[in-house]
Design a protein around this ligand. Structure first.
Ligand code: HEM
Length: 217
């Protein structure tokens, strides 16, 4: 294995890729939220349809970006499994030797569960919209048809809350994984992480709430 390969496979390497992939996925969510806000900004749906049309106009470049995003997501999920297993093993080991030193496991088990729920939700989300060939004919109408049904809206609402929980620990943890933690800045990062998590949860929860309770059919 090359030196680069060995570095990536090490515990520290895995944490760095985890931190970077988490923050990059968060970056994608910023743009996703920004695009989706057009659903509420322009109730006629024209602004959202134009936005989707604009993305579609990139053709093969859009497909390439989606493949990149898929790889990023796969790396995050793969490492989530590896790190969670390693954490469980380290915990068993510590129990046997009654030693409290070793890899920190705070929050990582709950991170795994919230992550698994996000993964399940993401598959539903892709089937609902991206993989439905009719979606691109009338994007706004497709979103409205789906989110005004209480069952589907409840899933989207729950996913937004779970994403918030994942990020409330993940944001701060990513900085720690990247070696960017400092006792002076940690309390600020902690609070910023909670704030960012809250913004994303409320932001993504806004769409099912809007179609369920505000927007008239
Ligand atoms: C849009 C989706 C997602 C975003 C924005 C996101 C974001 C993050 C961030 C920022 C971190 C902190 C990284 C670190 O600790 O270095 C993290 C950690 C984690 N994520 Fe995600 N994540 C997402 C989806 C998922 C999925 C689908 C899983 C699947 C199981 C998952 C499982 C985990 C686990 C287990 C950790 C903690 C790893 C550890 O440090 O032990 N995440 N995530």
């Amino acid at each position: 294995m090359s030196r680069f390969g060995k570095a990536l496979a090490s515990s520290v390497g895995k944490k760095i890729v985890m931190g970077l992939s988490g923050l990059m996925l968060l970056g994608f969510l910023v743009e996703h939220l920004h695009g989706n806000l057009k659903l509420i900004e322009d109730p006629s749906g024209a602004a959202f349809d134009d936005y989707v049309g604009f993305l579609k106009s990139f053709g093969p470049l859009l497909v390439l970006a989606e493949i990149g995003l898929g790889l990023l997501f796969s790396a995050h999920v793969y490492l989530a499994f590896r790190l969670t297993l390693e954490n469980i093993q380290a915990r068993k080991q510590r129990y046997v030797v009654r030693n409290n030193r070793g890899a920190s496991t705070v929050g990582s088990v709950s991170m795994f569960y919230t992550g698994a729920i996000i993964l399940g939700y993401l598959l539903k989300h892709l089937i609902d919209f991206r993989l439905d060939p009719r979606f691109f004919d009338a994007p706004h109408a497709a979103v409205q048809a789906k989110l005004s049904q209480p069952g589907h809206a409840a899933v989207y609402l729950l996913a937004a809350i779970v994403l918030g929980i994942h990020l409330s620990h993940g944001f701060r943890s990513a900085f720690q994984s990247l070696g960017l933690s400092h006792p002076r800045w940690n309390p600020l990062l902690e609070r910023l992480g909670k704030f960012v998590a809250f913004l994303f949860a409320v932001g993504f929860a806004a769409f099912p709430m809007y179609y369920l309770f505000i927007r008239e059919r």
